[in-house]
Design a binder for this molecule. Structure first.
Ligand code: RM4
Ligand code: MN
Ligand code: MN
Length: 431
């Protein structure tokens, strides 16, 4: 079955026809530059063509801060409309064939229907996310925690929700559950830190027992927020310890925004690879905290350094290395479709640059303690203009050479503004 195409395919063809000649010239030039370094451009392009990252279902609506949310006309009002927007991103960008859903935000009556609907656009589901950081009317409150709450009945409610997420995930064809909890404390002394972690492990053991064969459970750590003094799963160390306590199918998920600003994230990635617990990523960028800005918009070098570790692991076939890539962003001032398109490209760029690192030269410089040459090897790669390889990969996959230009020209958002009438008064909130 050919997937449905929310954007007129002819528009992509027309746009590409205009840009193809320049792209061919740039691509040829890049091929010559890389050949001089002994790198085969076609092999790089083929790898970029296979690179994929999941879209967070909560990322296609306008985000907001705790002060306000400024919705845009035509944004999705439910999960079906979210999937339609994800299909636009995939049709134009060809790097995002998967969507990571969040419950209860994406709850529907018939999950089989939802899965079929996604398939009709060529989209499949990646890791399901549970939500025990928000209250639902008529349910027990998570004000003082969920999986680590002092009250057993609250813990049981949170456990049951996670198990339900697994069941939903099975219906959707997903293969992983990501657990991030907001549990922690706002005041020194508020929480017995050891008891809280004990309760976490106890609750998680029940959830892990419900993980089907072939599935993985990802633990996502976060330094602070909403708890502002301490969080129960604050860092990769806690996450790693819990993963090892809980079972071989439990791994750590690294959200780039969930660390103190100066943390060496690429070193965390390296450690988790080494000990076979790197489950996956939530990619985003930040200046101060969990800003959830577009990937690569603030610190593209950091993304490159993370990919340098990932490519190193890929090339040496590190045991147990199979991370899943997801975006986790909040788009407060841009059209989410455009931001997500650009973010996927930022990852492809980091990946391509990491692929052109001269690994032999890097290794000799490292072994010989030649710090300057080691760094220059990385700098040489990060300064490579790999745009034409990314565009070529996208075009060969059937996408647009300039996806944002096609998106704007399609007037998709303007059309949706009338098709999706809604109340545009701002409300605060993270999604
Ligand atoms: C959290 C965390 C989770 C995401 C929520 C919406 O800060 O990043 O991954 O599910 O936000
Ligand atoms: Mn996240
Ligand atoms: Mn976050």
């Amino acid at each position: 079955m050919t997937p449905r195409t929310p954007i007129d395919p002819d528009l992509i063809v027309r746009h590409n026809a205009r840009l193809q000649k320049d792209l061919a010239a740039d691509y040829e030039h890049l091929g010559t530059v890389l050949a001089r370094r002994g790198v085969d451009l076609e092999a790089i392009t083929a790898r970029i063509q296979r690179f994929t990252v999941a879209i967070p279902s909560w990322g296609v609506g306008s985000g907001g801060t705790r002060f306000a949310r400024f919705p845009i006309a035509g944004e999705p009002r439910n999960v079906f409309e979210k999937l339609e927007d994800c299909a636009v991103i995939q049709q134009l960008g060809r790097a995002t064939p998967t969507v990571s859903p969040h419950f209860p935000w994406d709850r529907v009556d018939d999950f089989r229907e939802l899965r079929e609907f996604a398939h009709s656009y060529g989209i499949v589901f990646d890791a399901v996310n549970s939500n025990t950081f928000e209250d639902l009317p008529g349910r027990l409150s998570y004000k003082f925690g969920s999986l680590t709450h002092t009250d057993k009945s609250v813990r049981e409610q949170a456990i049951a929700h996670n198990i339900e997420c697994i069941e939903i995930g099975q219906q959707l064809g997903s293969r992983a559950l990501t657990v991030w909890i907001g549990d922690g404390s706002n005041f020194p002394g508020q929480l017995n830190m050891s008891k809280a972690l004990e309760r976490y492990l106890e609750s998680m053991r029940v959830i892990v027992a419900a993980i089907p064969d072939g599935w993985r459970l990802f633990i996502e750590h976060k330094l602070y927020e909403p708890a502002l003094y301490s969080t129960v799963i604050a860092d990769w160390g806690t996450s790693y310890i819990c993963a090892t306590q809980l079972g071989a199918n439990v791994q750590c998920l690294v959200d780039l925004g969930h660390h103190a600003p100066t943390t060496n994230i690429e070193q965390i990635v390296s450690r988790l690879i080494q000990f076979e617990r790197l489950g996956g990523f939530h990619f985003n960028d930040s200046k101060y905290g969990d800003d959830d800005l577009d990937t690569g918009s603030v610190n593209p070098f950091q993304i490159f350094l993370v990919f340098n570790e990932l490519v190193d692991a890929e090339l040496r076939r590190a045991p147990g290395f199979a991370p899943v890539y997801m975006l986790d962003q909040s788009h407060n001032v841009t059209d989410p479709v455009e931001s997500l398109l650009e973010s996927a490209v930022a990852l492809q760029r980091a990946y391509a640059q990491a692929l052109v690192v001269d690994r032999d030269a890097l290794n000799s410089a490292q072994e010989g303690n030649d710090a300057l040459m080691a760094n220059r090897t990385l700098q040489n790669a990060v300064r490579m203009d790999v745009e034409s390889a990314i565009k070529m990969a996208r075009m060969r996959n059937g996408g647009a050479i300039d996806p944002v230009a096609v998106f704007r020209d399609s007037r998709y958002r303007q059309c949706k503004a009338s098709a999706r009438p809604q109340d545009l008064t701002g409300k605060s909130g993270i999604v």
